[in-house]
Design a protein around this ligand. Structure first.
Ligand code: ZN
Length: 588
């Protein structure tokens, strides 16, 4: 019999972490940690990286640091749903604590804890801020760059603190949760911007305009030797000049810095078995941080520490990554600014929306993998993979999703009528510039007429997503006062296209902000439509012919009284001219 006591025992056994063997590591970066006796020891160092501090303890440490250094300032970028401040630390040797003054040097902005169980960035940042200021061992890092640091982005989720939040991750002992109290994933919220946290972050990005934006995560998935992987949207996406700078200037410099300190940097890996299937590089949609940055033409990096590496190794790797980021940005300030400026000035005639690996592409690379054993599992009935902790290097495919499979053309401007408040609110939030009509104005625009919409069967991030085929129609439309005319000839023009083109996967249309236009609202009685159809047939022989053809060729139509009357209604001149019509106009 299972008593309460044995049940508890069984539960705690299952909750003891089961992780594949770790690869022994003793990198030179260990010397960066201070002993517990140091007056400026960080909370995580004080427990030899067994633990990570709670929100209050983190804020308290930062307050102490800021009080002791004139080169640091703390500002709240906004409040979470539960009312916590999202703190940002500004580190500036010139004590330039306004956006204008800060811009004299390139600005690196790093955030930890967008997924707050993946919290390595917070503990690395506390150490680095200390070493750049009160301890003084890395003072030179602030000579050529300014540093903005949000230790915990998803602050409420961070306080859903537990031993069992990250089953695939080796430490810390307790940590926060992936999603915020609304169960929303902040790293899917960059475009639709539903959450209080994301709204605060987008306002901060607009206000401080960083030259380089870094989002610090921890992986799930396959085992391999790399302890820190990072990447960005490639040159096939929204900012080719930036991708080239990151590929050619940033990556080699930061790789060298990490390798010298005993870390193993690598490309982002999203395959389950990189030794067999290799590595796929690609671009992604702007709902994610680094792709949003790419759409804004702001150099942006996704960092994924490897979840199976011990916490100390991951925190120290993040420290070294940030250190060498600051070094390369200071040294290459001019070329970074030039890459960002070139992307912001570019007005691509077409905007890519989807990509694939071209047929027959056969790149290769040496993958630093980990050996695994595959057996048949009686539990899953499928292959069981056991990672054995033994490093192995093998040639494997390196494929790049460089072929654009869908795109849209950039119009001159979009016209958004004033009733679409939630849409306009988001355009404002992103900082997209526009002209607001003070009187009604007529304009020649292209408008999309949607065919049958397809709704997702399940909600995603609180939205029922939708897509629909669309045909373009020419309209001379009178837009009411209060309409936004949004020119795409602006730095955020590409972002406007991605928000407003309904074929864009992260368009506000696909996120469901225009659902209401997809239902007809007026209808006709059969006793009206019958005599009207008679009259239409009598007056228009071509229409009569078309009707006969439809009857002969379409069985479903022939069999449906409703469809037959509806067919006449749609052609009667009484039908809703706005049915399925996307209200946003494209000025070509
Ligand atoms: Zn993550």
């Amino acid at each position: 019999m299972l008593t309460a006591a044995t049940f508890l025992l069984a539960l705690s056994a299952a909750q003891t972490p089961i992780l594949p063997p770790a690869i022994p590591w003793n990198g030179a970066s260990r010397a960066l940690a201070v002993p517990a006796s140091d007056p400026w020891v960080t909370p995580s160092e004080a427990t030899s990286f067994r633990t990570t501090p709670r929100y209050d303890e983190t804020v308290a440490y930062l307050r102490r640091l800021v009080a002791a250094s004139r080169e640091l300032k703390m500002v709240s970028i906004g409040k979470s749903g539960e009312g916590r401040d999202i703190w940002m630390v500004i580190a500036s040797k010139d004590r330039a604590f306004t956006p204008e003054a800060l811009h004299k040097k390139p600005i690196v902005f790093a955030q930890g804890g967008i997924h707050s169980g993946e919290i390595d960035g917070k503990d690395a940042g506390l150490m680095l801020l200390r070493d750049m200021t009160v301890r003084g061992t890395k003072r030179e890092l602030l000579d050529g760059a300014n540093f903005l640091f949000v230790p915990i982005f998803s602050v409420d989720a961070h306080e859903r603190f537990s031993r069992v939040s990250r089953i695939n991750q080796r430490g810390p002992e307790e940590s926060g949760w992936r999603t915020n109290p609304l169960n929303m994933n902040l790293n899917r919220d960059y475009v639709k911007a539903d959450t209080a946290e994301m709204r605060a972050m987008i306002r901060a990005l607009n206000e401080w305009q960083p030259d380089l934006y870094i989002d610090l995560h921890v992986t799930d998935g396959a085992d391999y030797q790399y302890d820190i992987t990072f990447g960005w949207n490639g040159p096939m996406a929204f900012s080719p000049s930036i991708a080239t700078w990151l590929d050619d200037v940033f990556r080699p410099a930061v790789y060298r810095g990490l390798q010298q300190m005993g870390h193993i940097p690598g490309l982002l890996i999203f395959t389950d078995d990189p030794l067999a299937s290799g590595v796929i590089g690609g671009a992604t949609d702007p709902r994610l941080s680094h792709a949003y940055g790419d759409a804004r033409h702001m150099a942006s990096i996704l960092v994924e520490n490897h979840s199976l590496k011990p916490y100390d190794q991951r925190v120290l790797g993040t420290y070294v990554f940030l250190e060498h980021t600051l070094r390369v940005v200071a040294r290459e300030a001019k070329s970074l600014r030039a890459a960002n400026d070139a992307a912001s000035m570019r007005r691509a005639a077409t905007i890519p929306l989807a990509w694939k690996v071209p047929e027959g592409q056969t790149g290769e690379m040496d993958v630093l993998g980990v050996e695994s054993r595959k057996t048949l599992s009686p539990i899953s009935g499928d292959v069981r993979v056991e990672w054995l902790g033994k490093p192995v290097t093998r040639r494997a495919p390196l494929r790049k999703a460089s072929e654009v499979t869908a795109s849209v053309t950039r119009p001159k401007a979009y016209w958004v009528p004033p009733a679409w408040r939630e849409v306009i609110e988001r355009i404002d939030l992103h900082g997209i510039r526009y002209e607001r009509l003070t009187t009604p104005r007529e304009a020649d625009v292209t408008m999309y007429r949607f065919g049958e919409p397809k709704y997702d069967a399940r909600q995603f991030e609180g939205h029922v997503r939708v897509s629909a085929p669309a045909t373009a129609e020419k309209h001379r439309e009178t837009f009411p006062a209060g309409t936004l005319r949004i020119p795409t000839d602006q730095p955020l023009g590409t972002l406007a296209v991605l928000l407003l083109e309904p074929s864009s996967p992260d368009s506000l249309f696909q996120w469901g902000f225009f659902h209401s236009i997809l239902s007809p609202t007026e209808y006709v009685e059969a006793y009206i439509m019958e005599p009207m159809a008679e009259r239409m047939l009598a007056e228009d022989p071509k229409l009569a012919e078309e009707f006969q053809r439809k009857l002969a060729s379409d069985d479903a139509f022939r069999g449906s009284a409703r469809a037959r009357l509806q067919w006449f209604y749609e052609r009667s001149g009484w039908y809703d001219e706005k049915a399925h019509l996307y209200p946003v106009g494209r000025e070509e």
